[in-house]
Write a new protein. Structure first.
Lengths: 179, 775
């Protein structure tokens, strides 16, 4: 239950009390083609809205400060760090999470297939982010050079070091797009 | 099935332990070099690849239960302080808050095995827990955190290990018996007479090498989700060791082990930092147990870097002596390390010095200093990575002093036997691997003018080639158990308590089971990461998972197949000896006829499942089982900027039989890349005036990205080590990281013609090396 806002001239303690009771706001997020109406605190990140409110846990909280890429999702086909966006900023945009890249139990997207075939993953925690970063790269540039692949994937850390095989998967897809 | 209680010996990270285990039945014969295998040995994409690329894989961080609460911690900003008071009254009244735990209401909670409790009077490092808030949402918990008023009385602190060892140093914690040195240290190992050996030497060198504090930075942080139902405490724990976590949670909460169920189906990396439940798992379990509602508690990235362990920094001082012909007469090593506030174990930095080279006179001294910083935890080949870098830098320095080729010096001092127990190695092909590696990197032409100066002598680029050796265990051992079940549809499931921490354990176990069950791979499922199956497995660490659990899975599959044959023999009235399973069908060798599919016979049993157990047998006695290898690196140094670029790594490793060349090569590459990070960029930075870590995040603590990756040339020996276990396979997790930093550092030393004395080789360090040269 939100309390009434305190005045701006309130004491620091009162200001803090105010700060901790923000109003909830209603928003609509379109995720993997499905609209969702949510009531959230305005400060909630897109990552938390996806995970906590929609139960889409494919995007991972690796650092919550835009330094690792594990939370990467697609916003209108562009790869973004969902931990750096507020959910309220993403209304009426097409949000794609890893869960939306291929149907449950159905055929995997070419990016996912290539990543499995080349073993472009180890523990897998960064993998949904890697897959979507690669998807965005190939959407933007269907046949990237090796240098463009490295640049396009440099924002996604893989601590297990699956990079050589991420490269292999990406190069195969880049060549396939050329063929 | 005959049951025996046997005694066996285990070696884990340099230590030998006696272990008593129960053995039911007999293991199958070893798969020799001539074994005809259909699935084992073939490159095989992961059986759980689909789950991992679709987001379907659920990590502890992803567990969501109805009514689940979220916990966040208030942590000490001080390296050392007394908590005078905690006023949580306002926080407790804040919206959504269910509980606030701290030293004045939760004094007894401790991580079993650790000397000091969790909420204690003295916080002894920046990042130590002060309070835990549990609320309905993370935002509410974070808000409430700010309302807790804590009065700290700052106390004198020490973060520099050399300062910590001084007589008048501030004490790291009041409760420690041994002032600022880990219990039972310092420790000395000596064989022969080092002073005599140095006196006998024609040439002696001294080299001091400093290695950095490395932070694991697993992509999934530590923590877990817990639920208490009145009888069983279930903990989804981000761990490498579900049984260890079970033991700790049971002890901490006063429950029986069988009342605690630990689950870890997927874990986002560990690298040695996730043995047991950790404080985070204990806190989640305690809160759920106390509140009767599910609780999730995951560290954030900053907490992970302050409080979840590290590879401790070392200062290694070597004195080597040799005859004119290169024969080593003495190895002397003193290591001072900084193991942090709780550091109670010291990783075996001295292991390579004791074992790698033939030498009669060896002395090592380990001095692990405790300081007011986050504590060390094992980190992928703990100690041996940094110890190998130090020793191999010292060997190159000695070769230089002798005017000898550094690879020739290593060959000259090759150890044929395991010197610590004076017994043979089960297999050691290191000389052969040196030869292969040298050929692949072009060792002979490493001093060629056009190779060393790609832009000519006036250009800014210098190239160098260096190498280092690899030595590690990886032999595993009992106890490790598995259950194989043939299901009503003729498919199989393997149950075992082990973990797949990203190494591909599920996949290799499925391959082994499918091989022995004579089923296609896609008819075998592997369920792991649960204590509730009651199928014990060791922690996933020490490169011992495959070598421990793999043979148990193999034996279970063999036993299940035998039972199936017996059943078919009675159902179909055919002689047992004539029957075999092939490609999912039963074959009668006498008649040459297929008698039906496995599925058709299982159907006849009307829901009965064939269940068989397998166990890892005892280790071989009288031999030392080791993995060996070597890596060669070629680097390019820009003497204008100090930037080092690794051009190429040639890696030659022998880990026995390779079950899955695809996932094996992934582990090799991953280890090399982490080693490259340690060599060139990774270091925790501490402000000694504040006792504070300056870079506890992934922006300022640099780890390799895809842009840093060199060409990696892998040469795999792939021959079974028949004394190791019934697979002939050894672990591959740790071997690849061990030689990388030493090989890169020696390559940089070669490029610059200067000894490397400090890692990582950041541009700053390289420019300082060059500045020293000018002086």
């Amino acid at each position: 239950m939100p309390e009434s806002p305190e005045s701006l001239e309130s004491t620091p303690a009162q200001a803090l009390k105010h700060a901790i009771m923000p109003q909830r706001t209603r928003i609509r997020l379109v995720v993997n083609g499905t609209p969702h109406d949510l009531s959230i605190e305005p400060r909630r990140t897109l990552l938390d809205a996806l995970r906590e409110d929609l139960g889409l846990t494919g995007a991972k909280p690796g650092c919550n400060m835009g330094q690792c890429g594990a939370c990467t999702v697609l916003l209108d086909d562009e790869a973004v760090y969902s931990c750096l966006l507020l959910a309220v900023e993403c209304q009426d945009r097409a949000i794609t999470t890893i869960e939306g890249l291929s149907p449950v139990g159905g055929e995997l997207d070419a990016v996912q297939q290539a990543m499995v075939a080349h073993d472009a993953l180890q523990c897998g925690f960064c993998t949904p982010g890697q897959a979507l970063a690669l998807k965005a790269l190939l959407t933007r540039n269907p046949h990237p050079t090796d240098e463009e692949i490295d640049r396009g994937m440099a924002g996604n850390i893989c601590r297990c070091g699956a990079y050589p095989k991420i490269r292999e998967a990406a190069r195969e897809l880049a060549h396939r797009a050329l063929a | 099935m005959p049951v025996r209680v046997i005694t066996t010996h285990l070696e884990f990270e340099g230590q030998v332990y006696e272990q008593r285990v129960v053995m039911e039945g007999e293991e199958p014969a070893v798969w020799g070099a001539d074994a005809e295998l259909r699935i084992v040995g073939k490159p095989t994409p992961r059986v759980d690849g689909r789950e991992r690329v679709t987001g379907a894989a659920k990590y502890s961080y992803d567990i969501q239960l109805p009514g689940m609460l979220t916990a966040v911690a208030l942590r000490s900003p001080h390296p050392h302080a007394r908590i005078v008071s905690v006023d949580a009254s306002e926080a407790e009244r804040a919206p959504g808050v269910r509980a606030v735990y701290h030293r004045f209401n939760t004094a007894d909670l401790a991580l079993p095995g650790r000397a000091l409790g969790i909420f204690v009077e003295e916080v002894i490092y920046q990042g130590g827990e002060v309070a835990l808030v549990v609320a309905e949402s993370r935002e509410q918990a974070e808000d409430a955190l700010r309302l807790i008023a804590v009065e700290f009385e700052p106390l004198p602190f020490v973060v520099n290990p050399k300062v910590a060892l001084a007589a008048d140093a501030p004490k790291v914690a009041d409760g420690y018996a041994n002032n600022n040195i880990s219990d039972e240290y310092p420790k000395t190992y000596e064989r022969g007479d080092v002073e005599l050996g140095l006196a006998e030497a024609d040439v002696t060198i001294e080299l001091r090498v400093e290695t950095p504090t490395a932070l694991h930075n697993s992509m999934e942080t530590h923590g877990g989700a817990a639920h208490w139902d009145g009888h069983t405490l279930t903990l989804w724990s981000s761990t490498q060791d579900v049984f260890g976590a079970r033991r700790q949670v049971a002890t901490a909460l006063g429950l029986q082990q069988n009342q605690v169920h630990v689950i870890e189906h997927y874990v986002g990396g560990g690298f040695g930092s996730k043995f047991g439940a950790h404080n985070a798992g204990i806190l989640a379990a305690y809160a759920a147990f106390t509140l009767g509602q599910p609780v999730k508690y995951m560290l954030d990235r900053t907490e992970e870097n302050l409080a979840a362990g590290n590879r401790p920094p070392s200062i290694q001082t070597y004195r080597l002596g040799a005859k004119r012909d290169g024969t080593l007469t003495a190895i002397d090593l003193k290591t001072v390390a900084n193991v942090g506030a709780h550091g109670d174990w010291f990783s075996p930095v001295a292991l390579p010095a004791k074992e790698l080279y033939q030498c009669a006179n060896v002395r090592t001294l380990d001095i692990p200093a405790r300081t007011n910083l986050g504590s060390q935890a094992s980190f992928r080949a703990p100690g041996v990575v940094e110890g190998m870098a130090g020793l191999e830098l010292a060997m190159d320095t000695l070769a230089q002093a002798l005017g000898m080729d550094s690879l020739e010096l290593r060959r000259k001092n090759y150890a044929e036997r395991y010197q610590l127990l004076d017994q043979p190695y089960a297999a050691k092909k290191l000389l052969e691997m040196y030869r292969i590696g040298a050929e692949r990197i072009g060792w002979e032409t490493r001093n060629a003018e056009d190779r060393r100066y790609p832009e000519g002598r006036d250009g800014r680029l210098r190239r160098g080639v260096g190498m280092a050796s690899q030595l590690w265990g990886g032999d595993g051992g009992p106890p490790a158990q598995a259950i194989a079940k043939l299901l009503p549809d003729g498919s199989a499931v393997i149950l075992t308590g082990t973990q797949d921490i990203g190494t591909g354990t599920r996949t290799v176990l499925a391959q082994i089971a499918a091989e022995e069950l004579r089923l296609p791979l896609d008819r075998v499922r592997v369920e792991l990461g649960e204590t509730e199956f009651g199928v014990f497995s060791p922690p996933s660490g020490g490169s011992m998972t495959l070598a421990s659990v793999g043979p148990a899975v193999r034996m279970a599959a063999v036993e299940a197949r035998k039972e199936l044959i017996e059943i078919v023999s009675q159902l179909a009235e055919a002689p047992i000896d004539a029957l075999e399973v092939k490609d999912g069908a039963i074959l009668n060798r006498e008649t040459g006829k297929e008698m039906g599919t496995v599925a058709s016979f299982m159907k006849m049993l009307d829901g009965h499942e064939i269940t068989a157990r397998g166990m890892r047998g005892p280790n071989a006695e009288g031999v030392t089982v080791r993995t060996f290898g070597t890596q060669f690196a070629e680097v390019e140094v820009d003497v204008g900027t100090g930037a080092v670029r690794v051009l190429r790594i040639v890696a030659v490793h022998d880990c026995g039989r390779i079950v899955n060349p695809l996932t094996f090569s992934s582990q090799m590459e991953g280890g090399i890349i982490q080693g490259l990070g340690l060599a060139l960029m990774e270091q925790r930075i501490v402000d000694e005036r504040l006792g504070a870590v300056m870079n506890p995040n992934l922006g300022d603590y640099k780890v390799p990205t895809i842009r840093d990756i060199p060409e990696i040339d892998l040469i795999l020996m792939d021959e079974p080590n028949e004394r190791a276990n019934t697979l002939g396979s050894l672990g591959a997790g740790e071997p690849p990281i061990i030689p990388t930093p030493g090989a890169i550092a020696n390559a940089v030393a070669h490029a610059l013609g200067r000894p490397v004395t400090r890692l990582p080789l950041t541009p700053d360090t390289v420019l300082n090396m060059l500045a020293d040269e000018e002086e």
